[in-house]
Design a binder for this molecule. Structure first.
Ligand code: SF4
Length: 229
């Protein structure tokens, strides 16, 4: 049995193609980063900063926030960033009084206790967490081109992974409202996930990780992860 922890959602997802997983975690090949993903990384940082300003009730200059996180690879796309910030300010909704985490690094050990981010069992960064009594609202910001259907939202594995993480820190939560805010369009889609669904997901997650740790063959299986390698 091999131990590849800490496991992020993307690491677990990559194991859908064992060869890609072997390249990344045995051969330590990172591949060539596609600069098209840089816009998404930059807008994530910008939105997190704006949310922090809004929570603190501070005035801000959105152009200055954009420049704060600007990278050379997206310098010629500043108009897209400005548009996404404008959409965010106009359409993104959250309750600052309920926020318990922004760009929150969460990690748990194999026994379910809180772990250190770089040496835990599971880890992830959650864009926005709000708690309202026994309900938790988890929002992920995505800069992808396609807006997901209600059906895809209801079975979104990454959001369930985040629910599973949150459940360990706020055990009073009985219900999750999982949301994706699509930064290109100013659209938010959501789904309701009950705690028992998250518990069932946790069992599937454990089976997936057992499978990864027992892998000793590395066939290439084309699929969703083909964009990675
Ligand atoms: S391109 Fe697709 S099939 Fe080939 S290694 Fe990558 S994920 Fe696997």
């Amino acid at each position: 049995m091999a131990d590849y922890s800490p496991y992020s959602f993307s690491k677990i997802n990559l194991a859908a193609c064992p060869f890609a997983f072997w390249l990344r975690y045995h051969e330590k090949l990172k591949g060539v980063r596609n600069p098209i993903f840089d816009l998404g990384s930059v807008i994530h940082l910008i939105l997190a900063k704006l949310i922090e300003y809004i929570i603190a009730g501070k005035e801000y200059d959105s152009d200055q926030v954009i420049l704060l996180y600007m990278r050379a690879t997206v310098r010629d796309r500043i108009d897209e960033l400005r548009k996404e910030v404008w959409l965010f300010e106009k359409y993104f909704e959250f309750n600052p009084e309920l926020v318990v985490g922004v760009e929150e690094r969460m990690s748990i050990n194999r026994d379910g206790t809180a772990g250190k981010y770089n040496s835990s069992f599971l880890r992830g960064i959650l864009d926005l967490i709000e708690i309202d009594g026994d309900t938790c609202i988890i929002t992920d910001h995505k800069s992808q081109f396609n807006v997901l259907s209600d059906g895809d939202m209801a079975k979104h594995e990454q959001l369930r992974f985040y629910c599973f993480m949150v459940m360990h820190f706020w055990p009073q939560v009985e219900r999750f409202i999982t949301r994706i805010y699509f930064t290109r369009y100013g659209v938010t889609k959501s789904a309701v996930i009950e705690k028992d669904q998250v518990l069932r997901y946790g069992k599937r997650l454990a089976i997936s990780i057992d499978h990864i740790e027992a892998m000793d063959k590395w066939p290439a299986i084309p699929g969703d992860t083909c964009t990675i390698c």
